[in-house]
Design a protein around this ligand. Structure first.
Ligand SMILES: Nc1nc2c(c(=O)[nH]1)N[C@H]1C(S)=C(S)[C@@H](COP(=O)(O)O)O[C@H]1N2
Ligand SMILES: [Mo]
Length: 335
């Protein structure tokens, strides 16, 4: 039996270069074409079987790869067709690695994801710093196929591997005074060169937050994998939040800190421009961004090559599960 024992950090830069192949337009076209063909076939394939385009470089430590292979199926998102690997890992927002959509895939190899630990603090009975291995020992991984709707009006269907954030929160035993959870990304400009960019208007590290009921909602997950593989760095390795009914910027990447707090936390985009980005950021076709409509979206990758748009759904189509969290709130004001 052949076991891959190389660590991510052993990979030579020259071996990483082929990942650039994901980025060029021809590759995107090929992926889009394959997707169109796949749409004609009976849709039985469980996304974990990775229909095509395995990563050029196997990422992540072997123990994590093995744990991800043990992830089980779930019923979430079975009716949506996931975007191809190349689109999900080649078209990203991760400003710590640059502002262009292809920058994260080109630059995120400088992020060192192993070893990794997360410091959990604030209003809880069990604060402390925990390794990723320790965190994953206490949870069960499953596949969740979710729609990701960026505030910029594009969207993708992504087959995450992860676990409910609620499972981690329960272990930390938050106090009843904890009303919000705040998250922060790694701060290290040697690994994240975008954090020293002169053009950046963002105050690093990237921060996000959720109300406690949102954080413990069963749809809210922490992801460690994608298409049955370890999460690529550009997608927020090794641990990122996924909140599918909110705009993508809530789904903070490469998390190193989680705090339970009493007051609504400062969050990166709300702080950068509060008129354009609210704390809640629930997907809402009825509330336009000041500079563009949110009524429709481009579903990628096909939407990269045509002007076709699909209607945006309230709460990104997850309203049945989450609308009750916001009963009595004016969502045009609390956007
Ligand atoms: N730390 C950090 N997390 C981040 C971002 C970022 O720039 N930095 N971008 C956000 C935005 S705007 C989106 S749309 C999603 C994109 O996730 P993806 O690249 O995996 O599709 O990540 C979010 N998480
Ligand atoms: Mo976004």
């Amino acid at each position: 039996m052949l076991i891959r024992t190389r660590k991510r950090s052993d990979v030579l830069p020259s071996e990483i270069t082929p990942q650039g192949a994901y980025l060029n337009r021809r590759q995107f076209m090929a992926e889009a074409g394959a997707l169109a063909l796949a749409a004609l076939a009976p849709s039985s394939a469980f996304a974990l079987q990775r229909p095509r385009t395995p990563p050029e470089v196997s990422a992540g430590p072997i123990w994590l790869q093995q744990q991800i292979l043990k992830a089980h199926d779930s019923q979430y998102g079975k009716t949506d067709k996931p975007a191809p690997w190349g689109a999900i890992t080649g078209y990203n927002n991760f400003y710590e690695f640059g502002y262009d959509k292809t920058d994260p895939a080109a630059n995120a190899h400088t992020l060192k994801t192993d070893p990794w630990s997360v410091t959990i603090g604030g209003l809880c009975e069990k604060p402390g710093t925990r390794t990723l291995e320790d965190i994953l020992a206490g949870v069960e991984l499953e596949e969740r196929i979710y729609r990701l709707r960026c505030v910029e009006a594009w969207s993708m269907v992504i087959p995450w591997i992860g676990f409910p954030l609620a499972d981690l929160i329960r272990q930390a035993r938050p106090l009843s005074s904890a009303r919000y959870v705040s998250f922060r990304t790694l701060e290290d400009s040697t690994q994240m060169p975008g954090q020293k960019s002169r053009f950046s208007t963002i105050e690093w590290p990237y921060r996000e937050g959720l109300r406690m009921d949102e954080a413990t909602h069963p749809l809210t997950i922490l992801a460690v994998g994608l298409y049955g593989e370890v999460l690529p760095n550009q997608n927020g390795a090794p641990l990122r939040l996924v909140v599918p009914w909110k705009y993508g910027f809530k789904s903070i990447k490469s998390i190193v800190g989680i705090d339970f707090i009493e007051e609504m936390p400062m969050t990166t985009w709300n702080q950068t421009d509060p008129r354009e980005y609210g704390f809640y950021a629930n997907v809402n076709p009825a509330v336009d961004h000041p500079r563009w409509s949110q009524a429709s979206e481009r579903r990628l990758p096909a939407g990269l090559f045509s002007d076709s748009r699909i209607p945006t759904l309230p709460f990104n189509g997850y309203g049945e599960e989450v609308a009750s969290l916001y009963t009595g709130m004016d969502l045009t004001r609390l956007y």
